[in-house]
Design a protein around this ligand. Structure first.
Ligand code: G16
Length: 543
């Protein structure tokens, strides 16, 4: 087999965003696009000679083809071994678990998360470091710099490898170990949660629906929930991973998982429901007649963590991204542990987890996870909730109501203005930033701005810094608005406006968040001039 050295030239725009490099699938399929980026990763991490790597993806269109290219390039770059999920599948948390359990020199995860897939959809790739988490910015910047100077890549001329069965094959001098994509992750879940209690819960007639949205989590959810824990057959719906996710948008939120939310608000609702996203790291939690906001989910998991065997010894700390509501901070305060506020992006939790400062992490964008891996983990969150339900023998609605009564409620919503003009969105943010000094004391709608800043972060472990992470406005009326541009979209820009208002435990706790937050939304819209600047009179998505 022949190693080919292919001359190439740098391709603009290969700078990873919030979570790796995400582009239209057609862009990734352009000649040399994937190859340039993959070679840049290999070069930026000091080459692959004699090393091992984990590779897998969410099964979206181009996943299988891209994996064959990556394998041939890894072989040509001297890798000793690549671990790859059967059929090229590995959920993002499972890939993190494999990297850690098998101690590979990191991994390549192929996914554009919840973004739609297919020829006209999105594709993505990211490098995770040996600790199992997304590469920090120092590494992604090194990859980007390399992509701007690359002049050749190496690839083995060889036949495709058959990835359909668990086996160890050879590709040139490299071993290709095809793994059951579920086993290592499922093994980890068994060590964290009270499977006997959950099994007893299902045996008592507890009913559940899990919507895998035709994305990667189907096989994981079937194996764990139905085969192992005894949930009735059919609990997992849309469980077959499809290259185009069945034409859907596998983002587990009330907009894109509307059907599941409608079911849970109807008389036919089962006791519990959940959904996960394209690559299995996000989650949505629902009870009968109840949607659990991701920020609340983090707080409830933290407050009840000791009910799960893996966390029975207590938590070291809780970390949340800045735009996530402050509900988890209230739990941390009560538990007497540290609360950390990081920029958006799971990669910012890595150092805190590695240093043992935080045990649980979470984000408003439907991500929750812990120190068991270095990614957020959809099914982990679902199992954690099941563990709590099994031990408390109470419904989701009751658990949430009791939580709010104890801690108060952080009413929360996120309004997204999607695919807006990039220049207009950047001008809106620049203008907000410029006006920060004059905002405190200024009225906004019916509210008054108490403080405003542009969030900067200094990592308490390695001292690295990240500036311009979002404009925060705190209002005198126990409310907050945050503005930032998404770093994961592939079409124009997406403005995210995060809105919250705190209500004491003795106040009205069961109101509709959109109604409670209408005044905060109006104030935020007015102060940023959203309608005039973006030409939009309403958000596309309200989570
Ligand atoms: C990624 C990141 C998350 C982030 C989310 C949204 O998630 O891992 O940390 O909260 O994107 O980011 P943005 O607001 O910049 O679009 P995922 O699930 O898309 O990989």
């Amino acid at each position: 087999m022949n190693v080919r050295t292919v001359p190439t030239t740098p391709i603009e725009g290969q700078r990873p965003g919030t979570s790796g490099l995400r582009k239209k699938t057609a862009v990734f399929m352009e000649p040399g696009y994937l190859e340039n980026f993959v070679q840049s990763v290999f070069d930026a991490v000091g080459g692959l000679d004699g090393k091992s790597l984990t590779v897998g993806g969410d099964g979206r269109y181009f996943n299988k083809r891209a994996i064959q290219t990556i394998l041939a390039m890894a072989a040509a770059n001297g890798a000793a071994r690549v671990l790859v999920g059967r059929d090229g599948l590995l959920s993002t948390p499972a890939a993190s678990a494999v990297i850690r359990a098998r101690r590979t020199e990191g991994g390549l995860i192929l996914s554009a998360s919840h973004n739609p897939a297919g020829k006209t959809g999105d594709f993505g790739i990211k490098y995770n470091i040996p600790a199992g988490g997304p590469a920090p910015e120092s590494v992604t910047e090194a990859i980007y710099r390399r992509s701007m100077e690359i002049d050749e890549y190496r690839i083995l001329d060889c036949e495709d490898v058959d990835l359909s069965t668990v086996a160890t094959l050879r590709m040139g001098g490299m071993a290709v170990e095809i793994l059951d994509p579920v086993a290592i992750h499922a093994g980890l879940m068994r060590t964290l949660f009270d499977f006997d209690a959950i099994r007893a819960l299902f045996a008592s007639g507890f009913s559940m629906r899990f919507d895998a949205m035709h994305a990667v989590t189907g096989p994981y959810a079937r194996a764990i929930l139905e085969d192992e824990l005894g949930a009735s057959p059919g609990t997992v719906v849309n469980g077959e991973p499809l290259p185009d996710f069945g034409g859907g948008h596998p983002d587990p939120n009330p907009v894109h998982a509307r059907g599941l939310v409608d079911l849970m608000m109807s008389p036919e609702a089962p006791d519990f429901a959940a959904a996960s996203d394209g690559d299995g790291d996000r989650n949505m939690i629902l009870g009968r007649g109840t949607y659990v906001a991701p920020s609340d989910s983090l707080a409830v998991l933290a407050a009840n963590a000791v009910l799960a065997p893996g966390y029975a010894g207590g938590l070291a700390g809780i970390a949340r991204s800045m735009p996530t509501s402050r509900a988890a901070d209230r739990v941390a305060r009560k538990l007497g542990i540290d609360a950390f506020e990081t920029p958006t992006g799971w990669k910012f939790f890595g150092t805190l987890l590695d240093a043992g400062l935080a045990t649980l992490c979470g984000e408003e964008s439907a991500g929750t996870g812990s120190n068991h891996v270095r990614e957020k983990d959809g099914l982990w969150a679902v199992l954690f909730w099941l563990n709590i339900l099994a031990r408390r023998r109470d419904g989701v609605k009751e658990i949430l109501a009791a939580h709010w009564a104890e801690y108060g409620r952080d009413y929360y919503t996120r309004h997204d203005y999607e695919s807006v003009d990039k220049d207009a969105a950047e001008a809106l943010m620049a203008d907000l930033r410029r006006r920060i000094p004059e905002l405190p004391g200024r009225p906004a709608g019916a509210l008054t701005i108490a403080a405003a800043d542009d969030f900067s972060y200094r990592d308490p472990v390695d001292g690295s810094t990240a500036d311009a992470q979002g404009v925060r406005m705190v209002f005198e009326e126990n409310a907050r608005a945050v503005f930032r541009l998404s770093g994961t979209g592939t079409d124009g820009a997406t403005l995210r406006v995060y809105l919250e208002r705190y209500e004491e435990g003795s106040g009205e706790l069961a109101l509709d968040p959109q109604e409670v937050l209408a005044g905060v939304a109006a104030a935020a819209t007015e102060i940023a001039g959203i309608h005039a600047r973006l030409g939009r009179d309403r958000p596309d998505v309200r989570t």
